[in-house]
Design a binder for this molecule. Structure first.
Ligand code: PMT
Length: 402
């Protein structure tokens, strides 16, 4: 996936809260992603973490005052504001939020923020009662209306010993939202429906028939779509993956539940991508009680599930429909047959069973087959990169379709 943080000028603003130590971890992640990061700290922040920590990690002088003499401090806030591609305030304290909401500029950080025009992410972090205080919520509403992107604090045990909302989100999640902010939004206005993961077909209350799909491929496409500005609905079979941020996830278990969810939501979607490994058959009957091992052999009678993709191919209007084909042999022949029979615009074929491709892996080796008969063989790459290329090709088809 494109590294949207690479070479970007980020300004990290650190306020005086107990979570200031997490800002150092955030800074490390941003530097690892090859962003150029400058840090501004309030005087209170210095009581929690020393500027030297941020200076060492960023390799740049840290700004703590409008008037320090290490650079031309008096105009530095304007220069940094002009050069910034994005600003993140983490942690943002009640005091600084109050000042920003009211246009007060009485230190380096708040003065800098008045001069900033690039995207701004605000990460409030404080005690739950302070966070829920009406004045605080009012100030957050003002800042949101002023164009700040607010990252809601997480819930959990807080440093003050209470439990509730107020925790600074994890540094990886803040970095993710920053990268999202900087990503080009070429799918803005488009709704994408994606299915992912396996389906589970129950035999009895404790057993089921399923497959090895981890959901990684489908979740990567959902995440990439959301990054690129699409409204994404992810219909997912059971997986161990966290929900991609900003994506509406609908959890299902069986093929029939997945079919119901797809047909309920497909009409509004501009693009439908079926990555899920749907069980082709389900047991004729699901035992009400756990099946006992009374016999040496056991025969399970199976019934064919609906082919959701094929049905979607018959129902589709002016929509782009994309399938995946998981094959163990004859990829070209089998994938092209599915493309035709299911009335698809594109199918992504992958050979499964390879240790670096297919089920459960972080990488995939995919060949794209198009309805005009052409094909494109991709190298082995991260599933996140496959996701972006797939979306690039879909965008081209959307443009061609008008
Ligand atoms: O989840 P991961 O661990 O990351 O693995 C990714 C993957 C290997 C599951 C993925 O890349 C993939 O190949 N998904 C399709 C798996 C599959 O079910 O392939 P198929 O050839 O059996 O089905 C072809 C297409 O028809 C698929 O889009 C499938 O979603 C759809 N289908 C199949 C059967 C059915 N009853 N209904 C369907 O909609």
């Amino acid at each position: 996936m494109t590294n949207n943080l690479k070479e970007k000028n980020i300004v990290l603003c650190v306020c005086g809260g107990i979570a200031a130590y997490k800002s150092a971890a955030l800074l490390r992640l941003l530097i690892k992603a090859e962003a150029k990061v400058r840090v501004i700290m309030t005087q209170n922040a210095k009581a929690f973490v020393g500027p030297l920590t941020f200076e060492a990690l960023s390799g740049q002088p840290v700004c703590t005052s409008l008037f320090d003499d290490r650079e031309e401090g008096a105009i530095r806030h304007i220069e940094w504001a002009n050069q910034a591609d994005a600003v993140v305030i983490a942690p943002a304290t009640a005091n600084v939020i109050g000042k920003l909401a009211n246009g007060i500029a009485d230190d380096a950080l708040t003065t800098f923020m008045l001069a900033v025009t690039c995207p701004k992410i605000l990460c409030p972090s404080m005690n739950t009662i302070m966070y829920e205080n009406r004045a605080m919520q009012r100030n957050l509403d003002i800042l949101e209306a002023d164009g700040y992107k607010l990252l809601a604090p997480g819930e959990g045990e807080l440093a003050c010993g209470t439990y509730g909302a107020g925790r600074l989100p994890e540094p990886a999640d803040i970095a993710d939202r920053l990268a999202h902010t900087l990503s080009p939004k070429d799918f803005k206005g488009k709704q994408i429906l994606i299915t992912a993961g396996p389906t589970l077909e129950p035999l009895d209350p404790v057993r089921f028939i399923s497959n090895h799909s981890s959901g990684k491929m489908g979740y990567a496409i959902a995440g990439a779509g959301e990054y690129r500005g699409a409204e994404v609905i992810l219909i997912s079979g059971p997986t161990a993956l966290p929900s991609p941020a900003g994506v509406r996830k609908i959890d299902v278990k069986t093929a029939r539940e997945m079919a119901d969810a797809v047909f309920e939501h497909m009409d509004k979607a501009h693009i439908i991508i079926k990555v899920a490994a749907v069980a082709d058959y389900r047991p004729h009957e699901t035992a009400v009680q756990k099946i006992k091992k009374n016999t040496d052999d056991m025969i399970v009678s199976m019934k064919k599930n609906i082919d959701i993709l094929k049905e979607a191919g018959q129902r589709k209007k002016n929509q782009i429909l994309v399938g995946f084909a998981a094959e163990t042999q004859d990829l070209d022949k089998n994938a092209q047959k599915k493309l035709r029979e299911k009335n698809l615009d594109m199918i992504a074929g992958n050979l499964v069973g390879d240790p670096s491709s297919g089920f459960g892996t972080d990488t995939n080796k995919v060949t794209l087959y198009f309805s005009d008969g052409s094909k494109e063989e991709l190298q082995l790459m991260e599933k996140k990169s496959v996701a972006d290329i797939l979306l690039d090709r879909i965008l081209k088809m959307v443009a061609e379709n008008g």
